[in-house]
Design a protein around this ligand. Sequence first.
Ligand code: UDX
Length: 449
Amino acid sequence: MSTKSKQSGKQHPICVIGAGHVGLVAAACFAEMGNNVVCVDNDKKKIEGLKKKNMPFYEPGLEPLVKKNMSKKRLRFSSSLSGSLRSSEVVFIAVGTPPQADGSADLTALEHVARNVADALDSYKLIVEKSTVPVQTGLKIKETISRYRTKEGKFDVASNPEFLREGKAVYDFFHPDRIVLGVESAKAERILKDIYHGFKAPIVVTSLVTAELIKHASNSFLAMKISYMNAVARVCDLSGAQVEKVAQAMGYDRRIGKEFLRSGIGYGGFCFPKDVEAFQYISGKLGYEFRLLREVKAINDGQPVFFLNKIREHLWVLKGKRIAVWGLSFKPDTDDMRFAPSVPLIGELLAEGARVYAYDPQAAKEARQVFKDVLSPKGNFVLCKTAEEAASRADCLCLLTEWEEFRTADWNRVKRKMAYPLLADGRNMLDPGQVKQCGFHYIGIGRKG
Ligand code: UDX
């Protein structure tokens, strides 16, 4: 579906609860399809900002969509949950389910929403889980609404998991590989099909609980693919094989597929780390110990350590060394640093007495917050305005996020700026031959330097 195409199915007033990555993107995209959408968040500052067209995070293509649909009066923002619920027929829940110490998800925000729906149930409402929730959450939402509703308003609960990637969220919304509808009534199915009218993707209609499980299984499988390749990369390192060639050849097998076979310092972000843990936790709670997922996490946690060992092997002593870090966000085209592998890696470098000079094209504000306790002059972490400034006089340059501007750097110039030309490529993004020609010592993951 192109962002220009308008839906021609029946319109239903939509409320999206949560103006985070999933919620705000969904709200803007539903509005772009011609729906009337209100997006609610209990973070008043965020909502006030959005009313003034200030975006709470960086996501390519989202800002123009929000602005356009606000001016067309199809998209509005509110911090009043009850009022917004009352004016809507379909309620997409995209609130956070943050991880707790034991790996389980904190469902307080969801319960709060369910209780508010119960209060506002003066006409039929379809409540749709959009962000990732533990399997069987739909049941709990249903129970909660039934328990606390004061009027006999009818409702359905459905699951329509979102698979969008940060940095490509708007594109992914309009070009899904599939649309999953977990429904328990013909009415709920009809409404959701109206909303997704015009999309070319296959629609999988299933039960509520199956739809919830599809989301768990998909995200954990993708994380498993990455950890698998990171484990293969270890064996490549030990045997002298080239992991990218291994991945390329594997990817030609359609049963394996080309995507998500890139080795590096590991996956991060607010989805994979949390979702793998949550799936492991919920499986255990249901009576199955998903040990494979424990290993997926262990491999991922080990990647920054493994990478740092390689740097240490080369530099010998890290104390007093000046280390440049290019890239802090968990992946390119986002300012998100949640569970980014750069965080434990930099933490370890600082703990060993290195001075870290970091640069990221988008995540500086985020980084200032994450590293506030170690920011220079208090600590040894310096945020630089340019990549070159970070590399200047460095003993090692670590590439931690594959931003496009790093790929096209003038490596001869960078080398001249550095005190010692060690290039540690945590994303296998550079051609080792090319940078070695410029005089660099190269460290990659699962590939010869
Ligand atoms: C992911 C899923 O892709 C998406 O479907 C789901 O809805 C939310 O979680 P996201 O976290 O935005 O999306 O990022 P994604 O592009 O999937 O990358 C996740 C992490 O895996 C990043 O840290 C990335 O660097 C890493 N990655 C990805 C690899 O290390 N190797 C790969 O081959 C692919």
